[in-house]
Design a protein around this ligand. Sequence first.
Ligand code: PLP
Length: 400
Amino acid sequence: GFRSARRIGAIGVSEILKIGAVAARLKREGRPVIVLGAGEPDFDTPDHIKAAAEKAIRAGQTKYTTLDGTAELKAAISGKFLRENGLAYAADEITVGAGAKQVIHNAFMATLNPGDEVILAAPYWTSYADMVQIAEGVPVNVVCREENGFRLDAADLERAITPRTRWLLLNSPSNPTGSAYSQAQLQPILEVLKRHPHVWLIADDIYEHLIYDGLPFVTAAQIEPGLKNRTLTVNGVSKAYAMTGWRVGYAGGPKELIGAMAVVQSQSTTNPSSVSQAAAVEALTGPQDLLAERCAAFQRRRDLVVDALNAIDGVTCRRPEGAFYTFASCAGLIGRRTPEGTLIDSDSAFCRYLLEQHDVAVVPGSCFGLAPYFRISYAASEASLEEATGRIAKACEKLA
Ligand code: PLP
């Protein structure tokens, strides 16, 4: 019979996918379910980017490309890092993969030996832990408390470092909390890393352009140049340019690491799609005014959701600095019962109740490593966000 490899043994089907499956079934049954689980902007890819892809197809850019990114795209990425982050990366310090996800996967596959540890700041994007495990590493969770703005505490980080630690993975602005680090908040973490030269850093900056209230975005290699030679600065076009389906992500880092990552990619997917790479060149070098427009739209939605949630008895929600997620506490609801008598004993039970009785799909915080919370993705229209938060309020009122 079938036997799976040990390296995927610990990785189950995520609860997020199960919630999605239930939501899809309810929709098929005709229920007006609103799903606030998406990890992608609801906007379309801008027209000038689509046009660049069409042009590339007609110009015959339909063949294999250089393994880890075309010269044109690497130049565009190099320009982006310099322009937006003050970071100088040469072509051999840049890699391009099929999404930031493949880039991070490549980094782990290229560097982890069985048992090597990767420190994750919980709550975190669930894929991180699974990717570490597929690479036969060990995810080490450090919990970031709400009192600390869901940010990693430097002393907690230092306690988690062992001789087997290879990486710290930081994500700002964060999925699922929306928290972002200012320079002052990031500095103490970087000071810890400076004291532990065997620990490298992945900065997942994928939500860079979704940061609100005029807050400046900062990334580690920029504010601590001394760490640049052991930092992988990861980014991509998925979230900023509404290009999730094109599958282009990239990173800048030391050339030995970039070279090792290319080895992994060369024996898995080869190069990212030639057409998508041409589109990404246009995204990074073409007009950028859409970024601010879309960012403003997301900020309005954030405020709509946060204000609506904070008006609900039993729910509290920190106003996040970025990304398109809110991470609200439902601690005040734990111990209450539904009209049918079901005990709300966890965030999962609360989310199940919301979905099954009130047609709103959100994700429990426990999926990301911190309970009792729930994550709302506000990458949805203001009308559906108003309707959904109204349903959540009604659902909470019915709990006793
Ligand atoms: N990093 C984080 C924190 C994410 O939430 C996501 C997508 O959901 C990614 C990386 C991956 O983005 P992509 O592979 O589309 O570039």
